[in-house]
Write a protein that binds this ligand. Structure first.
Ligand code: S3P
Length: 167
């Protein structure tokens, strides 16, 4: 079984994914890390050198060419489900869980990690909230196509484990 975790930057995909994988005794794959390993550079540098369009193409290729073990939890980049046929592809190959948060919570969670994320780099707190509100409104229509929509604030790994095993 492959479980893809999707959601906006800062929604906790990687942290939750690692915990869930260890609870279920599944392997954990972080597609951002896989991208950086394949390209031998950071996503921030890749964006700077090649721009967003090329990043989206390579990100989609990484999704579709990674060798997934039988049982694994995969955390995905925040934009990945919103480009090409990536959401359909994930649903055809596994279950997709959307970790849903509101823009204010996301802005608070991202305040410290924003400099490593090219889309957030250099933004003040107000600009961050505005940006997230707009981007999330664009992206939710993709995110909510997930197999399961889970409320990020009340989410526990035990709850996720149960819904993942039950679906
Ligand atoms: C992005 C999210 C990032 C990373 C890249 C672009 C986005 O991943 O893929 O910086 O467009 O939302 P995380 O969601 O893991 O931070």
């Amino acid at each position: 079984m492959i479980i893809f975790l999707v959601g906006f930057m800062g929604s906790g995909k990687t942290t939750i994914g690692r915990k869930l994988a260890s609870k279920l005794n599944f392997r954990f794959i972080d597609l951002d890390e896989q991208f950086e390993w394949e390209e031998a550079t950071s996503i921030a540098k890749y964006f700077q050198q090649h721009g967003e369009e090329k990043f989206r193409k390579r990100e989609s290729e990484v999704l579709k060419t990674t060798n997934y073990p039988d049982n694994c939890i995969v955390s995905t980049g925040g934009g990945l489900p919103c480009f090409f046929d990536n959401m359909e592809w994930m649903k055809a190959h596994g279950k997709v869980v959307y970790i849903q948060h509101n823009p204010k919570t996301l802005a608070q969670r991202l305040e410290h990690g924003k400099e490593e994320r090219p889309l957030l780099h250099g933004k003040t707190m107000d600009e961050l909230v505005e940006f997230i509100t707009e981007k999330l409104a664009e992206r939710e229509k993709y995110y909510i196509q997930a197999t399961i929509v889970a409320d990020g604030l009340s989410l526990t790994t035990d709850y996720l484990k149960d819904i993942v095993l039950g679906c």
